[in-house]
Design a protein around this ligand. Structure first.
Ligand code: G1P
Length: 301
């Protein structure tokens, strides 16, 4: 039964950041365009959106980031050249890519924080519930795409839903951490949350990550939110405000989540997707085993 009244069609992807954690790779190309195996990180996110039923993606971008829009747009010369050379499979790949979703780009003119970036999508989203997908986070959902898992909760409950993971203690201060109460397997009611707490003030070990589903009222909550952690307008503080007025749920992702915005997390994501790759997977696995064997002095395997 759909209690979330309107199906969600739009997803905002905040992608205006400078990507300093990925310098020098991100100096002249957006960090979201750095590939994991053969696809840019952003393509995984947009494919997850499409597989979850999203029809329109609102990319919140900044200067020097037009490569992101171009990637999902028609490339006339390229498609003509592929057609002429009879490269049908590659042509089909390009056509599929631009047919995934409609991409609309809006600019965040000043780096005022994640909450502010999401607010930049307000004009395109309008008075509809919508999703937010953070492009640093890759989610390989088990059974259902990561965002779909949250949308299913939204459709049943009709309230905001945030993605959660269990955070290892040393990483508590990297995340928004929630105070929660269990309501069903993997599902929690969220009562409070703190953005990047010190370990001693963390209300639990569950951290908000990757994907969110919001009613349009979140925009007003963001507008009323003062700068918080790091002097920026934080989405966590706006959700906290929303949680004081209506229910907010948290869903622990089923599957794997990678922080592709972190160098080691990026390498882990590369390993994961390379091993799953239909053409490369098997050979990559042999390479990996060979390497592991030599690293452990011939004892692995
Ligand atoms: C953002 C959010 C934070 C969340 C994190 C992981 O922080 O502000 O609440 O836990 O993403 O998805 P950032 O990593 O952009 O500093």
């Amino acid at each position: 039964m759909i209690r979330g009244n309107r199906p969600i069609r739009k997803a905002v992807i905040p992608a205006a950041g400078l990507g300093t954690r990925f310098l020098p790779a991100s100096k002249a190309i957006p960090k979201e365009m750095i590939p994991v195996v053969e696809k840019p990180i952003l393509q995984y996110i947009v494919e997850e959106a499409a597989a979850s039923g999203i029809e329109q993606v609102v990319l919140v971008t900044g200067r020097q980031k037009t490569a992101m829009e171009d990637h999902f747009d028609v490339s006339g010369e390229l498609e003509d050249a592929l057609k002429q050379r009879g490269k049908d499979a590659l042509l089909e790949l390009c056509v599929k890519l631009r047919e995934l979703v409609e991409v609309v780009a809006v600019r965040q003119h000043e780096p005022l924080g994640l909450g502010h970036a999401i607010l930049c999508g307000k004009g395109v989203v309008g008075e509809e519930p919508f999703a937010v997908m953070l492009p640093d986070d890759l989610v390989d959902g088990e059974g259902r795409p990561g965002l779909r898992q949250l949308l299913d909760v939204y459709e049943e409950r009709g309230e905001a839903v945030v993605g959660l993971i269990e955070v290892p203690p040393p990483q508590i201060s990297w995340y928004g951490i929630v105070k929660h109460e269990p309501v069903a397997p993997n599902l929690y009611r969220i009562w409070d949350m703190i953005e990047k707490p010190r370990p001693e003030e963390a209300p639990s070990n569950l951290g908000i990550v990757a994907r969110y589903v919001f009613p349009p009222e979140i925009f007003r909550a963001i507008e009323e939110t003062k700068p918080g952690w790091g002097g920026e307008i934080q989405i966590t503080d706006a959700i906290r405000k929303l949680a004081g007025e209506r229910a907010v749920y948290g869903w622990v992702f089923q599957g794997r989540r990678f922080d592709a915005g972190d160098k080691l997390g990026y390498l882990e994501a590369t390993l994961h997707y390379a091993l799953k790759h239909p053409e490369l997977g098997e050979r990559f696995r042999s390479l990996l085993l060979e390497r592991a064997q030599s690293l452990s002095g011939g004892k692995a395997g």
